[in-house]
Ligand binder design. Structure first.
Ligand code: AVJ
Length: 320
């Protein structure tokens, strides 16, 4: 890693993120308009997601934290000490200390594309665990990542929380699991959070909370497009919607036009008829079998599975 920090974001002369512009322009030209979910997470979006984890209806974070809090002895037994814990998309996780305390690892390697955030969180963790070697790596973990040489001889445990795997369609999810397998190597294990299929009312409420925090999170994408890409989207004419699609076993987030609108983004003209939408996120939900099948397709063998007390959410331990 360069001392100056590697520029993982490619910006043009005006400081516009090229990938953001290209993906928004392409996505808005589809019949079903769609913008990849990763663009929801600018600074405001990341803060709004943190706020979502605090709302009553959004259970996944609390359910996962409950499992990590209560199953420490199980993890210690099944995983054992001395591994290098490699956390994918570490962010500002409060869940990590729960795992580290339980299994007594030899090293902790947080991976994230948000470098500043990553280094701050890593420094914080190093303070909480004075004896632990912490090696943050700024990287795009959808591709194979070269891990720090200090961890070369340690068996790895991948840690992938939040049911983030559910944001990917199965094809992409399998690719990601295989990249993780390549990154972590033989003899590795993976502890992964996967949210469960349940009553659609519970799911739709989790993605459309009464306080409107999820709506603000979704609408922030339109504000971001306006701000960063010279957009003129009339945000007041967009409404947040969370729909359960049973055939796909997923919640979809959309921004729905409440009237006919026209607008520009980066000099290009777009129109939406009333009722037409921009698809902004998928959140797939799993059964035990569908989770195991996806994991196996990605090169992982499930070993053990834990649920929260209300059986809403699963953590699954696999081996390579
Ligand atoms: C952090 C991506 C897993 O899909 O549940 C929460 C994001 N979107 N509410 C999820 C999210 C709307 C969350 N992930």
């Amino acid at each position: 890693a360069a001392e100056e920090g590697i520029a993982l974001v490619d910006k043009d002369e005006q400081g516009v993120d090229r990938a953001f512009r290209e993906e928004v322009l392409t996505g808005l030209s589809y019949d079903q308009k769609a913008v990849p979910a990763r663009w929801l997470y600018d600074d405001d979006g990341s803060q709004l997601f943190e706020d979502i984890t605090q709302v009553e209806e959004y259970y996944p974070t609390r359910a996962e934290t409950e499992i990590l809090t209560e199953r420490g002895a199980d993890f210690a037994n099944a995983i054992g000490p001395g591994r290098a814990v490699v956390e994918f998309g570490s962010g500002s996780s409060v869940k990590t200390p729960l795992l580290l305390r339980a299994i007594d690892p030899a090293a902790y390697v947080p991976l994230d594309i948000a470098g500043d955030f990553l280094r701050a969180a890593a420094a914080d963790l190093a303070q909480q665990f004075p004896g632990l070697a912490v090696h943050p790596v700024e990287a795009d973990f959808t591709k194979e990542v070269a891990l720090p040489p200090e961890t070369a001889d340690m068996p790895k445990l991948g840690f992938f929380t939040g049911s983030t795997i559910g944001n990917m369609v199965p094809r992409t999810g399998v690719d990601l699991l295989r990249s993780m397998r390549a990154t972590l190597g033989a003899k590795s294990m993976l502890l992964i959070g996967m949210d469960l299929v349940k009553d659609r009312k519970v799911l739709e409420a989790a993605y459309d909370d009464a306080k409107g925090v999820t709506a603000a999170f979704n609408l922030n994408l339109a504000h971001r497009i306006n701000r960063e890409l010279d957009g003129t989207i009339p945000v007041d004419a967009l409404r947040h919607e969370a729909r359960w699609h049973d055939d796909y076993a997923r919640i979809e987030m959309h921004l729905v036009a409440t009237r006919d609108i026209t607008f520009e983004v980066a000099g290009r003209k777009f129109a939406m008829a009333e009722g037409e939408s921009i698809h902004t996120e998928n959140s797939h939900k799993f059964s035990r079998r569908s989770a195991f099948m996806l994991l196996r397709a990605g090169g992982w063998t499930p070993l053990q599975r834990w649920l929260d007390r209300q059986e809403r959410y699963s953590l699954i331990l696999c081996r390579a």
